[in-house]
Design a protein around this ligand. Sequence first.
Ligand code: ZN
Ligand code: ZN
Length: 177
Amino acid sequence: MADGFCSDCGCVFDLNQPSCPRCGRCPACGKKTNGAATCPRCGHPQDARRLADLERRLNPATASNQKTITQLESSWRGNQLFKRLRWRRFAALSLGLAAVSESILFTLFWSVLKLSDSRLELFIINTTMMAIICLFIWFVRRQLASGKWHWLLKPSLSTSEKNPQGVSSGPSGVEQP
Ligand SMILES: [Zn+2]
Ligand SMILES: [Zn+2]
């Protein structure tokens, strides 16, 4: 009985299990096992020698592996959120923020600072806009990671829920003159 980490999602679990409890992949070869008792591709966890080798390689206690686990965990969480992001809302929010902050910046430069050098002005505005966008993406990611801003996420990972009423689509209702 020894723990190891999943090289796909970073989850730490007992390597005697046939697959990662979180992403369902075989810890030895990465194949999705769909709940099989042994991996259909490599036979994990039957071969004791390969298991021992795997336990040594995926030991979650070593410093370098801990670093890898942290990275995998972070990217797994990011990917899960990314899959659930409502892109239209996110785009609308970003465009709104960009429009507001850009108009504020232009007003500031034109009427308050009265800058005449337009190239310098554009350079400063572009740099500031880039910083604002980076900050915004970082902020949204942080909000989502801490469980806030649910309205930016779809409720679950189940894709394409069909309309139960089955409304017929197509060019109907064309009025005759
Ligand atoms: Zn996994
Ligand atoms: Zn396998």
